[in-house]
Ligand binder design. Structure first.
Ligand code: 13P
Ligand code: SF4
Length: 320
């Protein structure tokens, strides 16, 4: 095994054709590579499947390979392990977290639930396994509305941890949701003022936004939805120019699917292009290669916790 210093400066890897090596290792270890749309382009191009949080969970659950190499963030790789515990699940960088998951510690979430004992807890998949285990139903941005509509109207609901997605769902469903005050550091940065200015210069562009965006940004969007929804809208729309208010990794698939169309990342305050998720981008081709070569870092979960976290995920799958 390499000493960490050698691993970090990547010197010993300089002579390698990483792409070729990853493909070789994939065959050798019978692995499947799953990647989220926010991963860097090279990783997306190598993956067996690129998708949104729900699709990646479904693929992980159905995976028959011996090894699942998850190119995404920790809560996604944990979900894969919860759903398919006999597989070796690898994440290129274990530090790849998520501001939503990190901002909702399990002990605080437990206390939050205890304040509303008669409420059902619908929790966004962007949370830790511990928080999943304390929840009744998990959801993603692509099925949250559908799940909420299946809850009887007299049943009160707590929704965590994304307040912006929660507010969007309140508007869409007309339900009162008791919100946890979390947010995504990437989507939170999109600025209404800068977006309006950009739209003035690109008045024919359609604005596509993820529901993790702040409340002020969403009314300017022609379409609001998950990463898969955003990609599908761009493909089906006759428009040729789009302003995209989500993490910029998605532009890679949009440009591949529609090479004749133009995609512009939505701006942050002062026009900054701060639409990269620092957690997602911790995964690199080097780390992907190393995690496969060394079969680590591996996702491990206590079996009792896994079983408790599995229940609300299965409910999501049934209700999707
Ligand atoms: P979806 O890919 O499910 O739309 O979610 C985006 C996200 O927040 C990933 O962190
Ligand atoms: Fe979490 Fe936001 Fe990064 Fe998605 S983009 S992983 S919600 S911090």
């Amino acid at each position: 095994m390499l000493a960490p210093a050698q691993t970090e400066n990547h010197e010993p890897l300089a002579h390698l054709d990483l792409e070729k090596e990853i493909v070789r290792l994939k065959r050798q270890m019978n692995a499947v590579i799953l990647a989220h749309f926010y991963q860097e382009s090279e990783i997306q191009d190598l993956a067996d499947f690129v998708g949104d949080s729900l699709q990646l969970s479904q693929r992980a659950a159905a995976a028959s390979a011996d090894v699942i190499v998850f190119c995404g963030v920790l809560f996604m790789a944990e979900t894969a392990k919860i759903l398919n515990p006999r597989k070796l699940v690898l994440l290129p960088d274990l530090k790849a977290g998520c501001s939503l998951a990190d901002g909702c510690p399990a002990n605080h979430f437990r206390a939050f639930r205890e304040r509303y004992p008669d409420h059902v807890a619908i929790t966004y998949i962007n949370c830790s396994a511990e928080v999943k285990a304390l929840s009744d139903i998990i959801c993603t941005s692509s099925n949250a509305e559908k799940i909420i509509r299946q809850i009887p109207p007299e049943q009160p609901i707590v929704f965590a941890p994304d307040q912006h997605l929660g507010r969007y769902l309140i508007k869409k469903t007309g339900r009162e949701l008791r919100l946890w005050p979390g947010s995504c550091i990437v989507h939170e940065m999109f600025s209404e003022r800068s977006l309006v200015r950009l739209k003035e210069r690109h008045f024919q562009a359609k604005v596509l936004a993820h529901p993790e965006c702040p409340e002020a940004v969403l009314p300017h969007a022609d379409y609001v939805g998950s990463t898969t929804g955003i990609l599908a809208y761009a493909q089906q729309s006759p428009a040729t120019e789009f302003i995209v208010a989500t993490e910029s990794g998605i532009l890679h698939q949009m440009e591949k699917a529609c090479p004749e169309k133009k995609f512009i990342s939505a701006p942050g305050e002062g026009g900054c292009s701060c639409s990269e998720c620092p957690h997602m981008k911790l995964n690199t081709m080097e780390k992907l290669y190393l995690c496969m070569r060394d079969r680590t870092p591996e996702i491990t979960l206590n079996e009792e916790l896994r079983q408790r976290a599995l229940r609300p995920i299965l409910r999501m799958m049934e209700m999707s």
